[in-house]
Design a protein around this ligand. Structure first.
Ligand code: SF4
Length: 226
């Protein structure tokens, strides 16, 4: 007699919802209504400040970055300013954001490249942004999207977790998750979509204790516990 394989919780639950292409419109619409205030939490006034803020935000909170940059941006206004002080001084100025030695080196390398190759301006194309030291695809996507030059979808820890829980991807690797999302999410929503998932992840779909009972997506989510 054949013994059926044990069915995973998610695999079993997935059968209760429609295919992702049929759900994505509803997911976006409900999250848009739910999180109208979902915007980037970093504070910046120009593309250089945007780039620096996003680079500093790795492995720390936006609140910490904003606290540091409030002073930082009064002292460092142009790319040249980051190269005009000793490395130790820059390290001290960004220290609360963590991994400050590496971040300081990357900031200086980035500012040098901006001056040498981009006339001191932040480029808009993703392939140029990812050439900058310490700038990966996630940072590049955030910077491009905030400047209205969206070319991909930001995948951070919240976007990754929610995309998996919502059954929008089976991938683990951020680049592959982004590829899946780019095929699924309408291009006009590429900039907005990650903000919606990030805020929903912070407010409702917590990493350890998702509050499915109060989630507007519970009937569209294969991982819902209610
Ligand atoms: S139903 Fe639960 S697991 Fe699904 S998105 Fe909402 S909070 Fe997260």
């Amino acid at each position: 007699m054949a013994v059926s394989a044990p069915r995973s919780y998610v695999g079993e639950a997935r059968r209760r919802v429609a295919p992702k292409r049929e759900r994505i419109g509803g997911i976006i619409a409900r999250l848009t209504a739910e999180h109208q205030d979902a915007i980037i939490a970093l504070r910046f006034r120009d593309p250089i400040e945007l780039l620096v803020s996003v680079m500093l935000s790795a492995q720390t909170t936006d609140v910490t970055v904003n606290r540091v940059t409030e002073r930082l941006f009064r002292k460092y206004r142009r790319p040249e300013d980051y190269l005009a002080v000793p490395l130790k001084e820059l390290e001290a100025d960004i220290r609360p954001t963590g991994t400050f030695r590496q971040k300081a080196r990357n900031l200086r390398g980035t500012m040098r490249m901006l001056l040498e190759e981009y006339d001191g301006a932040v480029p808009e194309r993703l392939e140029d942004l990812v050439r900058l030291p310490g700038v990966g695809r996630k940072t590049a996507n955030v910077v491009a999207a905030e400047r209205g030059a969206t070319q991909g979808i930001v995948v951070d820890t919240h976007v990754r977790r929610l995309s998996q829980r919502l059954g929008l991807t089976r991938e683990q690797d951020p680049a592959k998750i982004e590829r899946d999302l780019m095929r699924l999410v309408p291009r006009a929503k590429w900039a907005r979509f990650p903000h919606l998932l990030i805020w929903h992840g912070r407010r409702v779909c917590d990493a350890r204790r998702p509050r499915c009972e109060e989630c507007v997506l519970r009937d569209l989510c294969p991982s819902s516990r209610v």
